[in-house]
Design a binder for this molecule. Structure first.
Ligand SMILES: [Zn+2]
Ligand SMILES: [Zn+2]
Length: 352
């Protein structure tokens, strides 16, 4: 199992390799430029060489063990042509950086359809968004040589596409070269989008659905995060492993799942300050979970210990979610009453 984490690249991309080895990563993620800026200076040939040398020295195969994270601005589902093009240029720049560093995988967020349906093609906003994403991927693949573009699942918030497996099903049908595209499942996002993963039955149910709708051969990576918010809350709130609503059981199942062997398994859990040392501890924890049975007393004790640590934040988020649901129900109730009144007024007018 290639457990690793998203590490910093301050001072040059090559520093990410040292940061990764220092905390015991078997795979790692990094940014290839500032993720909150449209343009960044190119990576120098010298920096790229140092990066490749350090990978060799520390036994990372850049084609399989490194999963850079794309810029947050990229929105390949954007209905605005000009903004779509700007996103595409940024995506292509990211992909070229990967190939410069001999990196074989690249992960990014699929983007938002902004709630705008396509009147010309009569497509729903969601389908039009997925089609635009597929167009971008098809073009980007044509303009690059080997990097596999990995699309991350979203928490089902706002107008983001790919919060559900059906969107991925639609996406893969639209691809010219599906082997050059992969899926990254973020456990926190999946849970927030309504896929429960916190017990064996649900965990296996999710992967069965994944196999049916997407195909396990298209799974390229995982982001391993617990969730601070409850199931289906559509909130992208990462939590430390075992502290959230997924609990340690989810990560025990993950650590023992043969389907996940050989692909990058990346931590993006919250850090105290900027100390990546916590990732090192979580990697050790995951390695400890390999071969652990559900009823192992040590495992049970650790699960309970971590659940206690996350108790307060879970309570807070559960209360927020309940409040949101109540407001939603109230609004729906108001709409029902107003529709009823309208119906009655109509009937009265007709005279029946
Ligand atoms: Zn993620
Ligand atoms: Zn997230």
């Amino acid at each position: 199992m290639r457990f690793g984490a998203h590490v910093g690249m301050g001072g040059g991309v090559f520093n990410a390799v040292t940061n990764a080895i220092n905390i015991g990563c078997n795979a790692f993620a990094l940014f290839l430029k500032s993720p909150r800026r449209w343009e960044s200076p190119a990576i120098s040939a010298e920096d790229a060489e140092t990066f490749k040398e350090l990978c060799k020295k520390h036994n990372y195969n850049p084609r399989t063990d490194i999963l850079p994270h794309g810029s947050y601005f990229i929105n390949m589902a954007n209905p605005d042509e000009e903004k779509w093009q700007k996103s595409f240029d940024c995506l292509l720049d990211d992909l070229k950086r990967c190939e410069q560093l001999d990196i074989g995988l690249y992960n990014f967020h699929p983007g938002s359809h902004l709630g705008i349906a396509d009147t010309a093609s009569h497509e729903t906003a969601e389908n039009a968004g997925v089609r635009r994403l597929a167009d971008g991927l098809n073009r980007a693949i044509k303009e690059t040589n080997f990097v596999r573009v990995v699309v991350e699942n979203m928490a089902g918030h706002g107008n983001y596409v790919c919060g559900n497996l059906d969107d991925f099903h639609t996406l893969f049908k639209l691809l010219n070269d599906p082997k050059r595209v992969g899926v990254c499942i973020d456990t926190c996002h999946a849970f927030a989008a309504g896929y429960n993963l916190n017990n064996e039955e649900e965990w296996n149910g999710f992967w069965k659905e994944f196999e049916e709708k997407v195909g396990i051969e298209n799974l390229a990576a995982l982001h391993m995060n617990d969730s601070m918010a409850p199931l289906g809350a559509n909130r992208d709130l990462h939590q430390k492993l075992g502290w959230g609503f997924l609990g340690l059981e989810c990560f025990r199942l993950l650590a023992n799942d043969k389907r996940l062997e050989g692909i990058p398994l990346i931590l993006e859990t919250p850090l105290d300050g900027n100390d990546e040392g916590h990732y090192g501890e979580e990697i050790k924890l995951l390695e400890w979970l390999v071969g652990k049975e559900k009823d192992d007393p040590e495992f049970i004790a650790k699960s309970e210990e971590f659940q206690k640590l996350g108790f307060k934040s879970r309570e807070e988020q559960a209360a927020k979610f309940e409040k949101k649901k109540t407001v939603k129900r109230k609004n729906e109730g108001k709409a029902d009453i107003s529709n009823m009144m309208k119906g009655r007024a109509k009937k009265a007018k007709k005279g029946d």
